[in-house]
Design a protein around this ligand. Sequence first.
Ligand code: ARG
Length: 260
Amino acid sequence: MKKQFKIMVMFLSFVLLLAACGKSNDMSSNSSKNDKVLKMATSADFKPFESRDKEGNIVGFDIDLANLIADELGYKLEIQDMNFDGLIGALQSKRVDMVMAGMSTTEKRKKNVDFSKEYHRSGEMFLSLPDKKIESLESLEGKTVGVQLGTIQEEGANELSKKYGFTVKPVDNAGVLIQELLSNRVDAVYMDSVVAVGYRDEQGLFGFDDPTTSSPGMAIAFPKGSDLVDDVNKALDKLEKEGKIKELKEKWKLDQVAIE
Ligand code: ARG
């Protein structure tokens, strides 16, 4: 009986100790940090910037960078996945605080959203099946070119099509776009080089660089007038100085196809 009592006291003290630990954790500086939520939207169909891994988690360069920025500024990051062409609207209606989606900075977009400093620059590429091997803009005549809806490539392709006589087919998801190519429903797709090179190597596709491209850099987008722009730019500067951005670029192999 005495022994049982002793065991019970020991057990109770253990439970109390655990409770105390839990409490002290709650009061640590982390909790106030985790109260501040940073809502970020992306379109997770754009490897290596953002995509779903086998378990369905959203991973990629933008996600790692967003986490570093959130840590730096003391926010808990919350990510929402949506179609690329819904991202600007989500910012305008303030449903999210920022967007990281390999989004290029254009004058048109700058009318509706604010951008951080640019964090990456890549050109653009046309991909086709190896047996079609489309290797020039001229050979696109009479063909169908797939693009992701709402991207600068959609706009660029519409422009180029006037001169080179091809049809543009917009698709709302970049993964579906590649499926369209693989199943011969489009003759070529037009996308950012970093992403295209990944698909080219993975699927054994043929790619040629768009010689006319003047692709603007990619940056983080915010609702117009957001206070976050300055803070995020400072965080980007710090991460750059610490070599963290370079590390991430190496991890996700962005620099292989970067342009100056
Ligand atoms: N860089 C291009 C643009 O800004 C395409 C970005 C597509 N991003 C994505 N996550 N699907 O228009």
